[in-house]
Design a protein around this ligand. Structure first.
Ligand code: F6R
Length: 359
């Protein structure tokens, strides 16, 4: 069943090209995307969007909010379901409420959905399981098409969530006419290229396997990134902590100087997501500050970077989402390789369940 892979997690990381291909099937035209689930005119009615989720799905929601604002210019808010539901939140009655969940059963997310519905908001569920509670509860659904995910640590479902949110953002942009044709064509071309980008390159996997033995100790990891690479930093840190049991945090790179830099020393491993496409000079100077305080720098970058203790070189892409997916595979594999070296069962991490149906 693992088809030659050591773990389901590994198999699921390697399945990502197929998952993205399935998501795009039937949905791309040359200059536009189409979703059969609902007309784009439906989206034009809403004055804002709130994205609500837990865990990895929350990280996808955060990435989605950047895409929705940037492409569709629709005000986007992101909520952690367990906070949202007890906060007595003020909702935009003309807004769309979106829940994101692999299982469709997470108790807090499901209750948040019911709350928004009870207040009269239109609701949309992005779920991987088609007969799940959230799918039944929401007014509209976009199924994630990721196939069954067995590894407790979510990998291919996260890719599917981000890709589906990107499609939604472009579809919404079409309904509001916020992008010119050239820009839409560019987005669609980038979507098509992601299938190649997420295909695991053997030399990269081997390099991460070898590199992992240097990072089994120390007193913690900081994954840092900016813009879209901030949600990716959060996701990289969550993957690592849940399967390796090492302390890891994701942080916006520009925030390090507001406190966490106090932790910097040689035992602090900083994984810097240095995207060429996005605020490169800004993150570079953030990393320089950390290096000057002796932090150990593991840079994921297309560029040479002399301050890196280890450089994980990635391919250069113009489009931020291609860099996003390229780096996503790197952080997934790095977390997995470290955890396997530590002797952990990465498919069944201690204390975790695949679906959290109690709050
Ligand atoms: C992390 C992970 C969890 C889930 C979270 C939400 O790898 O799997 O953080 O993302 O429990 O689950 P769903 O998406 O099923 O609502």
């Amino acid at each position: 069943r693992k088809e030659g892979f050591r773990y389901f997690m590994e198999k699921e990381i390697y399945e990502q090209p197929q998952v993205l291909a399935d998501i795009l099937t039937g949905r791309l035209r040359d200059e536009a995307v189409t979703l059969d689930e609902f007309p784009s005119a439906w989206l034009a009615n809403f004055s804002s969007v709130t994205l609500c989720a837990c865990g990895t799905s929350y990280h996808a929601a955060l990435a989605g909010s950047y895409l929705l604002e940037r492409l569709a210019r629709v005000p986007a808010k992101v909520e952690i379901a367990s906070e949202f539901r007890y906060r007595d939140p003020v909702l935009d009655p003309r807004g769309l409420f979106v829940v994101i969940s692999q299982s469709g059963e997470t108790a807090d997310t499901l209750e948040a959905l019911k709350l928004a519905k009870a207040q009269g908001l239109a609701t949309l569920a992005l779920c991987n399981v088609d007969n799940s509670s959230m799918v039944r509860e929401a007014s509209q659904t976009l199924l994630l098409r990721a196939g069954i995910e067995k590894g407790v640590a979510s990998t291919k479902a996260f890719s599917a969530q981000v890709m589906t949110l990107w499609l939604l953002a472009l579809y919404w942009a079409q309904s509001r006419d916020t992008l010119d044709t050239a820009r839409r064509v560019e987005e669609i071309a980038a979507m098509r290229r992601t299938l190649d980008v997420v295909r695991v390159q053997k030399p990269v996997h081997e390099r991460l396997h070898r590199l992992s033995k240097r990072y089994l100790h120390g007193h913690g990891f900081f994954f840092i990134g900016r813009d879209l690479f901030y949600p990716l930093a959060l996701e990289g840190a969550l993957k690592l902590k849940e399967i390796s049991y090492l302390h890891a945090e994701g942080y916006p790179a520009g925030e390090m100087k507001h406190g966490p830099i106090a932790l910097a020393d040689a035992e602090l491993f900083t994984i810097a997501l240095m995207a060429r496409s996005t605020l490169y000079d800004k993150i570079k100077s953030n990393v320089e500050e950390l290096s000057a305080r002796d932090a150990t720098i593991i840079a994921i970058s297309t560029e040479d970077f002399e301050l890196a203790d280890d450089l994980i070189r990635i391919r250069a892409f113009e489009h931020p989402m291609l860099e996003f997916f390229e780096m996503l595979v790197v952080v997934q594999l790095l977390a997995m390789e470290i955890a396997i070296r530590l002797g952990n069962d990465v498919d069944m991490p201690r204390n975790l369940a695949k679906s959290v149906t109690v709050e």
